[in-house]
Design a protein around this ligand. Structure first.
Ligand code: NAD
Length: 361
């Protein structure tokens, strides 16, 4: 198979970590008989430097012509970078918001995996995390409270603000289908999170999720109220496989879940649309404080590339090979500085990429 991949290296540590992910992708493609062709795309500060704006129409068109896009991270130091003297619509982050909109990326996926080897970084008690955990938070990204009508009015000298949380059944159905599709590739369990005891939007959410579940008889569905889910994530994270939820609940729960896994350098993510197309990127930012030093952790980007193989190309074996190689390198005690602990071997960004690529089999 030829994989046509758009690559946004971006700013700060972006070029360093994406280079390592491409190295691992190339090795995986070589071992499994595929080829990767890359389209380099400029976005964020790198695009401002060349075109004066963070994302051009041409870049969007090229991204759309690819099967998937792999991204590093964009942005700089807001206090010192000249990009932040521009008006907000011309700053690096505006490119990110626009590309998500243009590509209709409505489903955000954030895996929260606790590797046995990194459990020292987990703030939870050992008896809770014994054996690690592996869940996927699937968050609706383009509807709900963040996109609903909002207003602030003043009546009789009293200010009142309102934001509306609105979903239609089609928006719920498309994300639910993606959630069940992803559960089929995993341990076949979906926990749909809502606040159906209070909110109408949640009651519709629950009804539509139940309809979709009928198309996936192999997947076990459970419903959980969001407040209970927030507790269960720290009480018993092992119970979760896929957590399916709306925009604001997902925003909060995905940050909570990622905090219990340890370093930001380990957190992959993906944003998908209705086709197989997706944008794959680490959850962290461009880390200007360590850019150019060769010490950034490339694992989140490498794991994002594995997600790309799994969800955009249906190459599950190849994705497994990358995830196993990451686990092997960690097991052997290699660490970048952000996940370093006593008695382990500290290595840099490129060495980490080389080791992981070397273990692809
Ligand atoms: P950040 O995630 O870049 O950095 C926070 C801390 O985590 C820093 O100490 C950094 O060194 C560390 N860190 C992050 N990724 C790491 C990695 N791979 N390896 C080792 N350490 C890592 O967050 P920030 O400092 O708030 O933001 C910096 C810039 O990134 C800003 O311009 C922000 O707007 C941008 N940003 C971009 C994205 C994106 O591209 N999707 C996401 C978040 C922030």
């Amino acid at each position: 198979m030829n994989l046509k991949i758009g690559v946004i290296k971006g700013d700060g540590i972006g070029p360093e970590i994406v280079t390592e992910a491409m190295k691992v992708l190339d090795k995986t493609a070589f071992v499994y008989g595929h080829t990767c062709s890359y389209e380099q795309l400029l976005m964020g500060g790198a695009s401002i430097d060349v075109h004066g704006i963070p994302l051009t129409d041409g870049t969007i068109q090229t991204a759309k012509s690819c099967d998937a896009v792999l991204m590093g991270s964009i942005g700089g130091d807001a206090k010192t970078s000249p990009w932040y003297k521009l008006e907000p619509s011309k700053r690096p982050e505006a490119g990110l918001l626009r590309i998500r909109k243009e590509l209709n990326l409505f489903a955000n996926l954030r895996p929260a995996v606790l590797y046995e080897e990194l459990k020292g970084a987990c703030p939870l008690k050992e008896e809770i995390t014994e054996g690690g955990f592996d869940m996927m938070i699937m968050r609706e990204l383009t509807g709900g409270l963040y996109f609903g009508e909002r207003k602030t009015v003043e009546e009789n000298g009293v200010l009142t603000a309102a934001d509306s949380l609105c979903y239609n059944e089609n928006e719920i159905r498309r994300i639910a289908k993606r959630g069940f599709d992803i559960a089929m590739k995993r341990r076949k369990k979906v926990t749909s999170v809502d606040k159906a005891n209070v909110l109408d939007s949640s009651r519709l959410w629950r009804k539509v999720v139940e309809q979709v579940a009928k198309e996936y008889p192999e997947v076990m569905l459970e419903h959980m109220l969001v407040d209970n889910c927030a507790m269960q994530l720290v009480k018993d994270p092992k119970q979760f496989d896929v957590i399916l939820t709306e925009n604001m609940f997902g925003d909060i729960l995905s940050d909570e879940a990622s905090m219990v896994t340890g370093s930001i350098g380990m957190l992959a993510s993906a944003s998908l649309n209705e086709t197989k197309f997706g944008l794959y990127e680490p959850s962290g930012g461009s880390a200007p404080d360590i850019a150019g030093k060769g010490i950034a952790n490339p694992i989140a980007t490498i794991l994002s590339a594995a997600m790309m193989l799994r969800f955009s190309f249906d190459l599950d074996k190849e994705a497994d090979a990358i995830e196993k190689a990451v686990a092997k390198v960690l097991k052997e005690g290699y660490r970048t500085i952000d996940i370093m602990s006593e008695g382990k071997l500290q290595i840099g960004t490129a060495e980490m990429g080389n080791l992981i690529a070397g273990y692809i089999e």
